[in-house]
Design a protein around this ligand. Structure first.
Ligand code: G6P
Ligand code: MN
Length: 445
């Protein structure tokens, strides 16, 4: 079983490899191929993986290459975890937006549109190559903005591309925990777009336990989303939103907090990781120790840098370690071993939300088996949520159209139509700012 990781020089790759090392089951991954454009980053990460594998019998072999086509040939699974423009690009996505007084964030609002405009052409090129060189492979997309990028790739790969995110499962786990339920036994009624979804119910043994949580201010106030959104607002909504909805419901506060921060999240991570990759240039550096230290620093600052300023509480260690790699491994296992399971994934709508067309990628519980991920039927969203979902999907479609046509005017339209961009003039200035900051947007004319 061969797994190819695109963005193989990325900082989170050792988390994925660590999860693979723990998998002793039949049909497990035996060969890992790392691909990256940057040979230095590749060799840094390969050194960490070699140390991780040191005492593990039958550890998956690791090879590294900067040749994309070579990496794709013969792959059974492909993880796409690229970051076009790197963390420098993320920092610019955040800064240019904040300079215009709108939200500067990795995936939501103007920052997410800029990231999407940069990433879609690269993702489409990858999808085309996969369709040609590894047509039977399953592509698991980690790359943000995950819903949009998955939709771009699905136009070439159909349902062989599946997008993942750790936030819905993390949210479900936190809710189950405060209710005293076993997260594994709970059915989470969640739907929306990536980073734009709501938990409407949590069913255990045939009973919806969410009303019990919504009725109890003490319970509600005891977990991250309760602190982030406030009990009253959650009671008014009658649902628990994904934490990223904070950027919509408390936009003004989030923009202010981010504008006042010394560094954006992207700039912070850029500086921190630069240090790690620099250290790895020394041949005698202890790779795993250096990686672990950098990761611990990152996690310690996760909430304080990211959202604490906007009112969130602490995130516990379990949430931080139960992330992308676990969702990805669970998905890969279910497909490879035909072990039927349910996971919240980014897939084509196919009629699940009747207000969106069949090809719109949404985030929804799916039944997964050897045939792939099949969205389950869910109740419709309330009007306020439908409104946001449709508005943001329309923006995503403009981003896809701008990337396809290289049209600057269409890019302006994408920014201008976003609910968190409050003027067409701001949208124009955002396009000017972003094309100035990102060489990857030079294609817009
Ligand atoms: C969560 C989201 C990811 C996002 C990440 C940002 O895990 O689901 O989509 O990329 O947070 O974390 P970071 O530490 O990079 O700010
Ligand atoms: Mn995510």
């Amino acid at each position: 079983m061969k797994l190819t990781i695109l963005g193989g020089g990325g900082f989170r790759v050792p988390l994925v490899y660590g999860a693979l090392l723990g998998d002793r089951g039949e049909g497990r991954v035996t060969d890992v191929v790392l691909h990256d454009l940057d040979a230095g980053r590749l060799s840094a990460v390969a050194r960490v993986l070699a140390e991780q594998a040191a005492d593990v019998p039958d550890a998956p072999t690791v090879t590294a290459t900067t040749d994309l086509d070579e990496a794709l040939r013969g792959a059974d699974f492909i993880f796409s975890a690229i970051r076009v423009g790197g963390l420098e690009g993320r920092a610019a996505d955040e800064r240019v937006a904040l300079d215009q007084g709108v939200l500067g964030q990795e995936t939501v609002g103007a920052g997410g549109i800029a990231y999407g405009l940069r990433t879609v052409p690269v993702a489409v090129d990858i999808a085309r190559r996969v369709a040609r060189l590894a047509p039977d492979a399953w592509l698991i997309n980690f790359t943000n903005p995950a819903g949009l990028v998955t939709e771009a790739m699905s136009r070439h790969l159909g349902d062989r591309v599946i997008g993942i995110c750790d936030s819905p499962v993390g949210l479900g786990r936190r809710i189950a925990r405060v209710l005293g339920a076993n997260p594994r036994e709970a059915w989470i009624d969640y739907v929306g777009l990536n980073h734009l979804g709501w938990v409407r119910g949590l069913h255990v043994a045939g009973r919806d336990e969410l009303p019990r949580l919504l009725a109890d201010p003490d319970l509600l106030g005891s977990f991250e989303e309760g602190k982030l959104f406030g009990t009253e607002w959650l009671q008014s909504l009658g649902a628990i939103p994904n934490e990223y909805l904070h950027y919509y419901y408390f936009n003004r506060e989030a923009v202010r907090a981010y504008s006042e921060a010394e560094k954006t999240r992207g700039a912070f991570l850029r500086d921190q990781q630069e240090h790690f990759y620099e250290e790895m240039k020394r041949p005698d550096a202890a790779a795993l120790t250096a990686w672990d230290r950098t990761r611990a620093e990152r996690e310690a600052t996760y909430m304080s840098e990211n959202r604490e300023t906007a009112g969130a509480g602490e995130r516990d260690a379990d949430d931080l370690s139960g992330g992308y790699e676990k969702v990805a491994l669970a998905l890969m296992r279910a497909i490879a071993r035909d072990e039927r399971t349910t996971l919240i994934l980014n897939v084509r709508n196919q009629g699940t939300l009747s207000v969106l067309d069949a090809d719109a990628v949404i985030e929804v519980p799916c039944l997964v088996d050897a045939n792939g991920a099949h969205p389950v039927a869910v109740a419709p969203l309330p009007d306020h949520a439908t409104g946001l979902v449709c508005a943001v999907k329309a923006v995503e479609r403009e981003v896809l159209a701008a990337a396809e046509s290289s049209s600057r005017a269409t890019a302006v339209k994408a920014f201008a139509l976003h609910p968190l961009v409050d003027s067409v003039n701001v949208a124009r200035r955002l396009v000017d700012g972003y094309t100035g900051a990102h060489p990857g947007l030079a294609y817009l004319e």
